[in-house]
Design a protein. Sequence first.
Length: 399
Amino acid sequence: MYPFASLPENLAAFCEVLRRYHGFRIGPGELHDAARALEIMDLADERAVRDALRPILAGTLDDVTAFDAAFTQFFYPGPEGLQQDQMPSTKREPGTDADGRGTDARPPRHAPPSGADADETSGSGVDPMTLLESATESLEEATMFAPSSYSPLDAVAVEAPELPRVEQAWRDAARALVRRLHLGLSRRWRPASRGRRFDLRRTLRAALQTGGETLSPRWRRRPRRAPRFVILVDGSRSMSDYARTALQMAVAMATATMRIEVFTFSTELQRVTGEVRRAAAGDFIRLERLHHAWAGGTSIGACLRDFLQRFGERMTGRDTVVMIASDGLDVGAPDMLRDAMRELHRRSAGVVWLNPLLETDGYEPTASGMRAARPYVTTFSSVSDTSGLVRLSRTVRIR
């Protein structure tokens, strides 16, 4: 049934099939993330393995559509599936890449198993979809077999997102959202020219300037609380078509309020507030140093927990609105995401989840990440243009 005898070889060959025959952009980083995901999955559960690999290897909506057919064709081939001689080989000659082109790279530290060893293993009746003997060994083997022609983390000049200057329509929509999200009245009474409470002390002090005549009464009122915004943008490969729109929304909101913090995340969290504020001031900014916070896998729960541990005390409170732009495709533990969302919900005035897949006909939030996060989301919407931001300003709810 399988072309190779061990799990690392099968995983590497499957990634090569996706890259060669379906146009997927898969490099060593994606293969490394896929190997790590399989370490925590029940490999006897075919659906769990399929759901774990899909958000890592599929970068676009078209890739997601093609992934399931490719998975079935590779691991459960029918009469018309790929034949043994059509399978991409995981063995390479020293100094060549996956396509046979010459490279200057040194030969790998570990040689792949010989053909005799592979035949002996395949004939022993051992199911190749079994746990690896060592997590470290599996990751090294998987990386060794990975195609080296593309890696989004190395192509910084191509993949690094830009923060463009926002148009007036985006600015107006952002101002409407900020004005809409007033958080009630403050508990403290402040001096004001007009108000509901008479300020006797300040009135008497003002009367000293007019010989004791109280000609200018003073008042106090409770001002409205201005909201603080925390925007977390999912920069994983599955969000490649939508993350830049979320960053554009963040820049537009930075033109309407200074009480804003912006982060990007993929497998790690990165603060980009300074860059967003400079872009809002009119500068052309390219986010060059995002590393694992862009164009990789998705660990939403781990990144939200990291945000709470590092910034939660000073950036969250009863005047904070947390906005998460993500498709909810998470390969991490659902319990970790559920705990992080529960804590964000408890500490903030509201949690807004912007999912671009809501604009897809027939979409339902059934992914494990969305199922874990949905109970703690106060507003579930999407923003793909200025009209979406205006619609959000009318429908957003806070506690």
